[in-house]
Design a protein around this ligand. Sequence first.
Ligand SMILES: Cc1cc2nc3c(=O)[nH]c(=O)nc-3n(C[C@H](O)[C@H](O)[C@H](O)COP(=O)(O)O)c2cc1C
Length: 162
Amino acid sequence: MECTLIAYYSWSGNTRQLAQAVHRIVGGKLLEIKPVNPYPTSFNETLRRAREEIDAGYKPPLETKLDSIEPFKVIFIGSPNWCGTIAPPVASFLSSYNFTGKIIAPFFTHGRGGLQNMLGAVKELCPNSIVLDPLALHREKLSSAENSVTEWLEKIQIKRYL
Ligand SMILES: Cc1cc2nc3c(=O)[nH]c(=O)nc-3n(C[C@H](O)[C@H](O)[C@H](O)COP(=O)(O)O)c2cc1C
């Protein structure tokens, strides 16, 4: 029986790198969240679509499906900062399953904006979960991702839950 899930969305690869670092350290199931309609390769077009979707509260349908969230006690959830919040496919994922009573460990990558409302967005979508303090890593700090992940896991005392 599995008990740890690491689910992430990544458009340009940074959050994927961070997810892989988390996976190397904690193991479990690594799951890439993919929308049915992928975002364009152009930054400006992706930004335009992201803004529209976020403003409308739109949650794009996902190609990624889990049979059940039940086997997972701890869910690491990864997102890039998009317009100050989580990317819409991550919002879709968090709206697709019942996370009641689950431990949610959020990890984010970002540019100059930092954490902004990403944690708030996760908490809003998982009101009945235990949401741990997040790791928010600047995209220029990915080369030391493993150290950052290790420090973060100690800080949130993840061993209590695994
Ligand atoms: C559509 C879009 C919107 C973004 N908005 C923000 C933002 O508001 N604040 C910020 O700090 N970074 C922003 N970024 C930068 C990303 O958060 C950052 O590059 C992140 O590491 C990308 O992760 P990824 O490679 O997994 O997609 C944005 C990037 C994109 C593509």
